[in-house]
Design a protein around this ligand. Structure first.
Ligand code: GLA
Length: 384
């Protein structure tokens, strides 16, 4: 999608030209899964699929919103924005506007058009892309400089209060702060981050299993609660801990027997996954490709066996990738229960890799996988 398409879309919806255009990307996560809400570490990458917003100010405090992909309209009054949890795309727009205002940003009314090409429901953060795109447009339209951290936090609160998912900060943060050619290693407690270059010789291939199991939302919140239960129990012997992020693998070994089996396995995943993120960063810095592959495999296996958020289709897709030409590493990415895998692949073999995975996955499951090739893309911003 291009700026010109966003301008044309706005023009068709409102009959005049927008004053500015913003975009924000979806993401994949290379490693560090289900660690963000445990104050841990993640390593996401912004992708070349984005939501675009075109906007112009209105003299009143109304937002007239046009969803280009659906050809649907909605009116939101900033002084009485309406109730959350309507299970509608408007929740994300309303949520981000309300949360920005609660944070002290006074927004102008606007005519707002948005559309994008982030695959929906595939676990690559189409909702974060929408929140960050609309949030960037609303702030810029109000003449307010973009504070990417406050914007990401407003998007996360919009998910909690308006969409009903108790997500961590990863998706909004990478959508707001991604950098072309780089992965972003984020400390989800301090929100300090490091940008790590991805070697030019490697490509990201995203493989969509084409399935999304219904239990995803409920199970996500259950995993969160199990991690919190683990922290409460471990606090009896490790009183200084606030989150699983504070538990070293050595301390965990000593005290794990205090936890019920399921909680113990959930905690083990999170604690070892945090270590893997640090090791992955080192491997990336030293171009140690075998180490990258091993860490991605260990992450996937842990999500499958200890955290139990994988599914047969994700496991099959990863198995197909591990046998395909050019693969460096493969694992499920995002919340799980369907959605996508992320694959690091030698660029000169990317086409062969995709053909091999698509055919093997179809033979094994009968499903047609959608495969996407992406470079690491820039984060949200106004597009001139
Ligand atoms: C979803 C959430 C993120 C994160 C991942 C799992 O994408 O939105 O905050 O918890 O799942 O790593």
């Amino acid at each position: 999608m291009h700026r010109a398409q966003a301008v044309a879309g706005f023009q068709r919806a409102f009959g005049y030209a927008p004053t500015l255009v913003a975009q924000a990307p979806g993401r994949v996560n290379l490693i560090g899964e289900h660690t963000d809400y445990n104050d841990g570490f993640v390593m996401p990458v912004a992708i070349e699929f984005a939501t675009w917003s075109a906007i112009a100010p209105r003299p009143d405090r109304r937002l007239l919103v046009f969803a280009g992909n659906k050809s649907e309209k909605l009116e939101i009054h900033l002084d009485s924005p309406g109730t959350p949890l309507q299970k509608h795309w408007g929740d994300y727009v309303r949520g981000v506007a309300v949360e920005l205002e609660k944070d002290g940003f006074h927004l102008r009314g606007a005519d707002l058009w948005f559309a994008g090409n982030v695959p929906d429901g595939a676990g690559v953060s189409s909702s974060a892309a929408l929140e960050m795109s609309v949030g960037t447009a609303l702030l810029a339209n109000s003449g307010i400089p973009i504070d990417r951290i406050r914007l990401a936090k407003a998007g996360q609160r919009a998910e909690h209060h308006y969409a009903g998912t108790k997500c961590g900060i990863m998706d909004q943060f990478i959508s707001a702060n991604g950098k072309a050619g780089h992965a972003l290693m984020l400390d989800c407690r301090s929100l300090q981050f490091q940008l790590l270059p991805i070697p030019d010789t490697l490509s990201l291939v995203i493989c969509d299993t084409g399935v999304k199991h219904q239990l995803a939302g409920g199970e996500y919140n259950i995993r969160r609660a199990q991690c919190e239960e683990g922290v409460e129990t471990l606090k009896h012997v490790l009183p200084e801990i606030r989150a699983l992020r504070d538990v070293t693998s050595a301390a965990f070994e000593t005290h794990a027997h205090r936890l019920p089996d399921v909680v113990r396995r959930r905690c083990r995943h999170v604690i070892l996954e945090n270590d893997r993120v640090a090791q992955f960063a080192e491997a990336l810095k030293h171009h140690d490709l075998p180490a990258l592959g091993k860490l991605m495999a260990a992450s996937h296996n842990s999500l499958r066996d200890d955290y139990e958020v994988s599914c047969i289709e994700l496991d099959t897709m990863v198995a197909c990738a591990r046998r395909a030409p050019g693969v460096v590493g493969a694992r499920m990415t995002g919340g799980g229960f369907g959605g996508c895998t992320v694959n690091l692949v030698h660029t000169d073999k990317a086409a062969e890799f995709q053909a091999s995975v698509a055919s093997a996955y179809h033979t094994a499951t009968g499903h047609h996988a959608r495969l996407f090739l992406s470079a690491a893309a820039p984060g949200a911003g106004v597009v001139v």
